[in-house]
Design a protein around this ligand. Structure first.
Ligand SMILES: NC(=O)c1ccc[n+]([C@@H]2O[C@H](COP(=O)([O-])OP(=O)(O)OC[C@H]3O[C@@H](n4cnc5c(N)ncnc54)[C@H](OP(=O)(O)O)[C@@H]3O)[C@@H](O)[C@H]2O)c1
Length: 234
């Protein structure tokens, strides 16, 4: 690594920080000098990523366990209040958490699963972002990244509520990006290709994982978007 670290002095919140892409992004942000807040639902996995960042010599991260399936508006308010009090700023928010459910035709999709997947994959990132916008704007230039999925396309069979949420996330990102441009806040939808992670394994159980890109490769491209000097893109 040569030159100045692009995220020195920055704070970044990564959701899904225990997953394939999220852990690679979190470790990459720390490698670039950021204090990273690691958010997902499983504490032992969060502690593992925490330990890896510390062992690599990164700034001491923070752990914020939260189950997005059950989180309320008050939980996001509390998250924003805690980050403001403990860190004072937020320069990056990366939404990597996602739940797939299982691939089924819409005609067979259970109503409770539909609601859960729309909540975790669409409503939760909306509510979290809305509560964190004041701190992000106060910390500008700042960046918010949502993650799309090209497998879903503009609408492909069997991707169910996960697919509907990803399509809606695309529209939401465009609207938010337009609204936030004048506040110094960059909003991106980052769409990685197929990656060797648990969610991919659930969607394609018979696929040879060795044929897939490790998540560190797209994570590096996502990190480029986090640089305070990167230009707005949608
Ligand atoms: N893998 C691919 O091929 C691929 C392709 C295109 C797009 N994507 C997108 O890339 C992003 C990252 O996916 P990935 O491949 O890294 O998936 P992954 O390895 O399965 O990670 C999913 C992450 O989401 C967290 N999560 C799931 N449900 C949660 C909940 N209810 N509350 C809090 N956290 C929750 C998990 O936390 P726990 O560990 O605590 O369960 C985990 O950290 C997703 O948006 C996905 O849609 C993936």
């Amino acid at each position: 690594m040569t030159g100045q670290k692009i995220l020195s002095g920055c704070t970044v919140l990564v959701t899904g920080a225990t997953g394939g892409l999220g852990s690679a992004v979190a470790k990459g942000c720390a490698r670039e000098g950021a204090t990273v807040v690691l958010l997902s639902r499983t504490i032992p996995k969060l502690e593992r990523v925490y330990d890896e960042i510390v062992a690599a010599g990164g700034p001491q991260p923070a752990i914020y366990p939260l189950d997005l399936a059950g989180a309320s508006e008050k939980d996001y308010y509390d998250l924003a209040t805690t980050l403001e009090r403990e860190l004072g700023a937020l320069h990056g928010l990366v939404h990597c958490a996602a739940e797939l459910g299982h691939l089924v035709p819409l005609s067979n999709l259970d109503g409770e699963l539909w609601q859960r997947l729309l909540h975790v994959n669409l409503s939760a990132p909306f509510l979290m972002t809305r509560e964190l916008l004041p701190l992000l704007i106060k910390s500008a230039p700042a960046t918010v990244v949502f993650v799309g999925d090209s497998a879903v396309g503009a609408g492909k069979a069997y991707w169910g509520a996960y697919g509907v949420a990803k399509i809606a996330l695309h529209g939401y990102t465009r609207i938010l990006a337009d609204e936030m441009e004048s506040f110094g806040l960059k909003v991106h939808l980052f769409t990685p290709g197929p990656m060797r992670t648990p969610i991919r394994r659930m969607a394609y159980p018979s696929e040879n994982p060795d044929t897939l890109t490790p998540p560190e490769t797209p994570a590096d491209s996502l990190l480029d978007l986090m640089s305070p000097s990167s230009t707005t893109a949608r």
